[in-house]
Design a protein around this ligand. Sequence first.
Ligand code: ADP
Ligand code: MG
Length: 463
Amino acid sequence: MLTCQSLWRDCVDCFSNTVSSETFQRWFEPIRLETFENNVLTLAVPHNFFLEWFEEHYGNFIIEIVRHNFPANTDVKYIIYTEQPAISVSAEKITKKDKNNKFSDFIKANFDDPANISGLNPSYTFDSFIVAGNSPNSIAKNVSMSVAEKPFNNAFNPVFIYGGVGLGKTHLLNAIGNDIRNRFPEMNVFYMQASVFMDKFINNITSNKSQEFKQFYSSADVVLLDDIQFLKGKQGTQEILYHIFNTLHHNHKQIVFTCDRPTKNLSQMGGMQDRLISRFGWGTSVGLYPPNLETRMAILKSKLTAAKRDIDPIVIEYIAERVDSNVRELEGVMSTTLANTLYQDNVDISCVQKIIDNIVANDSEVDRISYAVAEFFNLTIEDIVGKSRQKDIALARHIAMYLANTYTKCTLQKIGALIGGRDHSTVKHAIDNIRKLISTDPDMRKKVSMFEKNLSYNKKNRN
Ligand code: ADP
Ligand code: MG
């Protein structure tokens, strides 16, 4: 074995003299010599994906070098590391692969469905993510597709996808994960809501398992973390994420984040470590914006095709023209309209307008207002709808209620329900308070009128 090791060292020298230092580090350093018996050199590599890629690109090269240093009729065989097995996307596979896998207990304790720990929603794919016309959202989709095609050693890592409520962040993130799983079944892909990641972290700290938690997530090939704004003020979770990020990034593993705002607004929001924010911005940031008219039409048509239903084109156009703030809302109006056609023969424009007025538009308009107010005051939407009585948060909440009352058709009761489950007298008090401030405080007058301008500007410019 000694001579065999020194022959292998000679091979390693040849590799490092021939390929670039980065390639050497990534593809040759992880290879370990296992045995040399009966003229077969057995080498161990980290996981199947590594093996596939390596054999395709360097298989002949390695045989050539090995045969130059070992006997000329030597064959090369590969196995996967045994002492540190790769985690497969399927826990079933993991259990079969290695019963003593050190992660299996962690999986059992942390995942309700150990057979599917990737957390991906299979119906969110690139095919069903529609971008039509010259929508700026094509950039986010193209970057996401490039990452899925090559989730290693690409120029985009990490990807940071930002955008408001219902614009497709979760859909796109899942589409990346699903596509990677189809292309590279052996890669370990994890999708997770940041709030779920935080809960799991807290559970593991309390059971003194934070080291295992870190090791587990650091062993992934692709980590997709949704809605990272939820980590605001959660120092412990941010700390662990920072370390996991560093390990993954150092090992050229793909990371994709989504957030309700761009990184520059994230630092203004406060409660998020600067060093983490700076890492979010290391790779590529792409925004998702309210869909243009062509996209809205295309989404509605594709939903109808998927549901094998048909409705009057005038109705489709009517919905597409009016329901313009986000896709969730568009889907809501469409499904309610379809449901109405089941028990009503004539679903005409006036019926659809009622659906828009009464069911969806108002809710999302209030959400949109709350979101705009939160962003302006560097707060999160959770602050606005939460229970905090902190002065600046309460004032922002009052402004949101005032604007919702002025700009939507919602009743005070409905506004209260949408903004943190408050009753109608609380909303009335908030509106009176802002009216009084507008009449006495020029600064407040300026702020409110700025919101008013923005709200009508956004409405006009969405097409
Ligand atoms: P976000 O995470 O940004 O709040 P989601 O990804 O949950 O938004 O999207 C809300 C709904 O709209 C989902 O059902 C999603 O499939 C759909 N959706 C969003 N964008 C598109 C799009 N471009 N094409 C088709 N469906 C979309
Ligand atoms: Mg989402």
